[in-house]
Design a protein around this ligand. Structure first.
Ligand SMILES: *Cc1c(COP(=O)(O)O)cnc(C)c1O
Length: 352
């Protein structure tokens, strides 16, 4: 705090990301990064860009990437918006598409950036409790609101909401924008992107950080009808004309086109998630069924914060949220088979 800060800055409560340790030898299962490297074709495309062309600004519209996303999802390129990570795309959505007169609705247990953006843009919100099994009940979203947002699968629970339930939320809220944040959809669910053709109030966001292993590149996108995309472009072009650099555009477009690398790595992660789920259940953990690249678990006899501290002593970091309802849970990212085995060995040693 400083006397030079504006009252607004004093009031901000910023997001706290998971730790990025400087020690290389830690087994890092705390921020849902992909344990496998990015597409070799994406790396080659970025190498290509690494030269004289960097003296020139990138394409402000990011058309190469919009076309790659459009071609992957078989939608028109005019229905795609791209940004510097899906966090930036989400920030523009909050700014451009949520109303201020009624509360924005999102689950009580969800991505903790949503209340932060609501604070940044002074959007009133109401946290809607998940049910006892940590599922979203679509009936809870049939009430006056200035917008609705939730991840699918939800984070940090990993629970998937079927498209039929999403359609009920969409149909019940024709005058609000409904945002489905699909950061983890590639690990076990059907995307809602095809529904954007039919629902003029639906925005679907995705990221290349998780299933395409490019968290370090910072690329995300949204798909929606052009009247919604235009609002996002207006905000983006009032803030930063070039949020994606030349390497990011080339690398992300190549990653979207490399279906083989994507399919092979995500299949491995899904198989390892199922194996880890069974192994944790065998150790008496309650594991919420996950459609993501992480599991959300609780041990009936062991305190979650103590377990997390014990794992750290074994050089393994996982995420613990000190937050009502979930303080006894740990979120564990699916690593390589070797990393998952190291986690299980460490747990065996801690649990005795
Ligand atoms: C990781 C994540 C994001 C952000 O992804 P970036 O593209 O890396 O900014 C958005 N939403 C949820 C739910 C996430 O878990």
């Amino acid at each position: 705090m400083s006397k030079f800060w504006s009252p607004f800055v004093k009031s901000l409560v910023p997001y706290v990301p998971g730790e990025q340790p400087k020690l290389e030898r830690l087994v890092k299962l705390n921020t849902n990064e992909n344990p496998y490297g990015p597409s070799p074709r994406a790396l080659a495309a970025m190498q290509e860009e690494l030269g004289d062309s960097l003296r020139l600004y990138p394409d402000p519209d990011g058309d190469l990437l919009k076309e790659a996303v459009a071609s992957y999802y078989e939608v028109p390129a005019a229905h795609v918006f791209v940004g510097n990570g899906s966090d930036e795309v989400l920030a523009h959505i909050f700014h451009a598409l949520f109303q201020h007169g009624r509360p924005l609705l999102f689950p009580d247990i969800t991505y903790s950036f949503y209340p932060v953006y609501a604070g940044l843009y002074a959007i009133p919100y109401a946290a809607v409790p998940l049910d006892a099994a940590f599922a979203i009940n679509p009936d809870d979203y049939q009430r006056p609101n200035g917008g609705i947002i939730f991840p699918n699968p939800n984070a940090p629970t990993g629970r998937l909401l079927p498209l039929t339930a999403i359609e009920r939320i969409l149909a019940g809220n024709p005058d609000s924008v409904v945002v489905v944040d699909e950061a983890y959809i590639d690990f076990g669910g059907d995307t809602a992107i095809p529904l954007t053709a039919q629902y003029d109030n639906l925005v679907v966001t995705q990221t290349l950080s998780k299933s395409r292993s490019l968290a370090g590149l910072r690329v995300g996108f949204a798909v929606a009808q052009p009247h919604l995309i235009d609002a996002l472009e207006r905000v983006k072009n009032s803030f930063n004309s070039y949020p994606l650099d030349r390497m990011a555009l080339a690398g992300a477009a190549a990653a979207m086109a490399d279906r083989e690398h994507f399919e092979v790595t995500r299949a491995r992660i899904i198989a390892d998630r199922e194996a880890l789920t069974a192994a944790l259940a065998a150790r008496n953990f309650a594991v919420i069924p996950s459609a993501a690249n992480f599991v959300f678990v609780r041990h009936p006899q062991r305190d979650a914060a103590e377990l997390a501290a014990g794992l750290r002593e074994h050089s393994i970091i996982v995420r613990h949220f000190n937050q009502p309802r979930i303080e006894q849970y740990l979120r564990i990212t699916i690593g390589t088979s070797e990393q998952n085995d190291a986690l299980l060995r460490a747990l065996d040693s801690i649990l005795g």
